[in-house]
Design a protein around this ligand. Structure first.
Ligand code: UD1
Length: 429
């Protein structure tokens, strides 16, 4: 199993290209199941989760071709996928394929909407709490589908198609909103979604669906109205920049010190996280096609963070901010309100000397001058990158084990950081 080796203490200087968003690319790829025509997706990141979804879609009969590299393009440019779901040969997504990635469960919505049937294994993914799918199943039922659970599979049927309905989510859910958008786009009549997720990835999915002929109003707000159409057509769409990757490298600069331009990204995608970074003492400045982050000389100030649905502070940056707070000049308070078990990185950060006290959904982090390198273990996707961030500023050698989590969500992380002066390498085997 591959590991990452880091020798801490080097400042970061230079530029880091930001990839397309994993959390947008996945639902966009899944949305291609809604049409018989070709969907072309540009700026798709090369990640293990994208590969896994390619396998799941291929297994359903979807043809996926990767367009060859064009003159002037480098490995920093995302992939262009040509996806054609004309001939769906199977409406089953098996356990072996779905169990490693929770988002793959979302194929249930376009399959039921277009084919009238789906059998999808209950999902797996990062072990960060119970992560049920009840809201997603309620969406399908609200639009007239039947749901049965049998031997770990959800079987959903709508023989005569879906019908518009009224959906009020009890809690904001990104996946349930994606599911509702896809299902309602091909349902007969109007669907009203209340308490919808406002995440930029939801807006990105709606933008693609609209290009495909869907009638959607209000995406990006809490209330979305969809007027169903009988069929959707092909479209071309570029995936938005990855705001979590952006925030992660921004935090890495705040942690290690230095001056970096993050390219091909947008500050409006994560204003709350940048506000917190400024409060921690980093300089954050919008530049052409990106953002510049610097921390030169001054120390890291303690932060007070509560995770919330967008536009609040993202849960997917909580672990990274905790790594930063371990070196704060005082006590930081970090409250996790989205997932109940998302503090598994605490014990690993403690191996580097971090002082963190947990009290229910809140972590109190007493900053210390220096972390000390140690072997640590990645437990989930975002937690694993928090250990890399900690290692960048720890004295001596940090080895991050089990980095397959990292490869699910961060494209060529060791290259991107290494080019900027970090002493980081992948050890294979
Ligand atoms: C997505 C993101 C993930 C991010 C999360 C929250 C992708 C691929 N993943 O995950 O990186 O951390 O949003 O921003 O985009 N819930 C239920 N029942 C449901 C669905 C969700 O109770 O049927 C709960 C969850 O347990 C959680 C909360 O709702 O407490 C939010 O989860 P949700 O927004 O659905 O997360 P995902 O879409 O799985």
């Amino acid at each position: 199993m591959d590991r990452i080796r880091i020798i801490g203490g080097a400042e970061l200087q230079g530029t880091i290209p930001i990839s397309g968003a994993k959390n947008a690319a996945l639902p966009l790829m899944i949305a291609s199941l809604l049409t018989e025509e070709e969907v072309v997706l540009e700026n798709v990141p090369r990640l293990a989760d994208v590969m896994q979804l390619k396998r799941i879609l291929s297994n359903l009969g979807v043809d996926i071709a990767v367009r060859g590299r064009r003159h002037g393009e480098t490995e920093d440019d995302g992939e262009t996928l040509r996806i054609n779901a004309k001939n769906i040969i199977d409406t089953t997504a098996p356990y072996e394929l779905v169990s490693t990635m929770r988002a793959s469960f979302w194929v249930i919505a376009p399959l039921v909407a277009r084919m009238g049937h789906a059998k999808v294994s209950l999902p797996g993914g990062c072990a960060i709490g119970t992560r049920p799918v009840d809201f997603l199943l309620n969406v399908l039922e609200a639009l007239g589908a039947t749901i049965e659970i049998e031997a770990g599979y959800v079987i959903s049927t709508a023989r005569h198609g879906l019908k518009g309905g009224h959906i009020v989510f009890p809690k904001v859910s990104v996946g349930a909103t994606h599911t509702a958008l896809m299902a309602a786009s091909l349902a007969e009549g109007e669907t009203l979604i209340e308490n919808a997720a406002r995440e930029p990835e939801v807006k990105d999915l709606a933008d693609l669906l609209i290009k495909m002929g869907a009638k959607i109003e209000g995406a990006g707000t809490s209330t979305i109205t969809i007027t169903g159409v009988s069929s959707l057509h092909g479209a071309t769409h570029a995936v938005i920049p990855d705001r979590i990757e952006t925030g992660t490298y921004a935090i890495a600069v705040a942690m290690a010190g230095g001056d970096i331009v993050l390219q091909n990204t947008r500050t409006d995608l994560l204003e709350s996280a940048f506000d917190t970074l400024r409060a921690a003492g980093a300089e954050v400045e919008t530049v052409a096609n990106g953002v510049r982050i610097a921390r030169n000389g001054n120390g890291i100030l303690p932060v007070d963070v509560t995770t919330e649905p967008f536009p609040g502070f993202p849960t997917d940056l909580q672990a990274q901010f905790m790594a930063l707070a371990t070196r704060g000049q005082g006590t930081s308070k970090i409250r996790e309100t989205i997932f109940e078990n998302r503090f598994m990185h605490v014990q690993e950060l403690a191996r580097l000397g971090a002082r963190v006290r947990l009290d229910g959904d809140t972590a109190y982090v007493d900053g210390i001058e220096r972390l000390k390198g140690a072997p640590v273990m990645a437990t989930d996707l975002r937690a694993s990158v928090s250990l890399v961030i900690a290692g960048l500023a720890a004295e001596g050698e940090t080895i991050v084990n089990r980095i397959y989590h990292l490869d699910r969500g961060f494209e060529r992380l060791e290259h991107k950081l290494g080019r900027c002066g970090a002493r980081i390498e992948r050890i294979s085997g």
